[in-house]
Design a protein around this ligand. Structure first.
Ligand SMILES: Cc1cc2nc3c(=O)[nH]c(=O)nc-3n(C[C@H](O)[C@H](O)[C@H](O)COP(=O)(O)OP(=O)(O)OC[C@H]3O[C@@H](n4cnc5c(N)ncnc54)[C@H](O)[C@@H]3O)c2cc1C
Length: 296
């Protein structure tokens, strides 16, 4: 007898539990060595039973197939609830319909729905012919195609770099929610006041869905400087100074990153955040240390 295909629970239902959700973000492995590393990280992470995991979506070519492969592995082999990411970049509406149908047929019910960044070399986003220009349009397309999809969308506590103001950005965020998104995951930030202010503004703008803070445990000063330059997040000088002092010692840098993230998460949960989403760069150590720290 054929085994029934496991169908994921919508993440929106998980938010009804009386405890904060823990979620982890992976990127698709580029080669066999990275695939083995992802497999080993997932094996360790099973212990802390994340409520769901997500897998990012690249700008084109084979990386997209690897998102599908990694998502299938994490779902079918490890039993995680998996939220693959999907972007508008380079896709026609017809391709997006086909992708939605395939994800649905494979048992996925949760999608992180994004416009996407421009591919390498391109300075601005541009939609392909018969493609989509904004994440809100992708939310609408996916909901129309598969009404039982549960969709997450991105939010930017310190404003999306292209937006002229946080208020304009919030108008666009509201459109994503009005089109059918069930929750928001934020861009990384290192100062919780940015998140608190953002949530308050969202509520005033009539956005009522859960807003999950995205937290990145720092692995190196260089890396975090690159990310924050790209996404416009503020890097507090206290953190920079600590990382500079430890620069030569990767283990100490990692410990500083975990300590900072732990303090952030404790504060966020104490102030009512519905959970936390970790940008873990496919490494298990920080997520395991944070789970232990929060349980202590
Ligand atoms: C949690 C999270 C996960 C991510 N995962 C990925 C990933 O897997 N792959 C990837 O390539 N990137 C990913 N990104 C990055 C994301 O793709 C970029 O930040 C991208 O530049 C914007 O995507 P978006 O979905 O927020 O776009 P949108 O919501 O479309 O917004 C993009 C910009 O356009 C503006 N805008 C929106 N709607 C309108 C409108 N109707 N008219 C005018 N302006 C408008 C917004 O204010 C904003 O400035 C992720 C980001 C986050 C926070």
């Amino acid at each position: 007898m054929a085994t029934a295909m496991p169908i994921d629970r919508p993440i929106a239902e998980l938010f009804r539990q009386p405890r904060p959700l823990r979620s982890l973000e992976f990127f698709p492995p580029k080669d066999d060595a990275q695939l083995a590393a992802l497999h080993s990280a997932a094996t360790s992470l099973k212990r802390i039973a994340p409520d769901f995991v997500s897998v990012t979506y690249g700008a084109g070519g084979t990386t997209r197939e690897r998102t599908a492969l990694a998502s299938a592995m994490l779902k079918d082999e490890f039993g995680f609830t998996v939220m693959p990411h999907l972007t508008c970049v380079g896709h026609t509406r017809a391709e997006l319909h086909a992708l939605a149908d395939r994800l649905h047929a494979d048992g996925f019910r949760n999608i992180m729905t994004l416009r996407g960044d421009p591919p390498k070399g391109a300075t601005a986003f541009s939609a392909v012919a018969d493609g989509l220009s904004h994440a809100s349009e992708l939310v609408a397309l996916l909901k129309e195609r598969q009404p039982d999809f549960c969709l997450g969308v991105a939010g930017y506590p310190e404003k999306h770099p292209e937006a002229v103001s946080l208020d304009t950005d919030l108008t666009h965020l509201r459109r994503k929610v009005d089109a059918g998104a069930s929750f928001i995951t934020t861009q990384l930030f290192f100062d919780n006041t940015a998140y608190y202010r953002f949530v308050e503004k969202c509520r005033l703008a009539g956005i009522t869905v859960p807003i999950v803070p995205g937290i990145m445990p720092v692995l190196s000063l260089k890396q975090v400087q690159r990310f924050t330059t790209m996404c416009g997040a503020h890097l507090p000088q206290t953190l920079v100074t600590r990382l500079e002092v430890a620069a030569e010692n990767a283990d100490v840098v990692e410990t500083i990153g975990i300590d900072w993230a732990l303090t952030q998460i404790r504060g966020l949960l104490a102030n009512g955040a519905p959970g936390y989403h970790l940008y873990i760069m496919n490494r298990a150590k920080s997520a395991l240390a944070l789970a232990a720290g929060l349980a202590a």
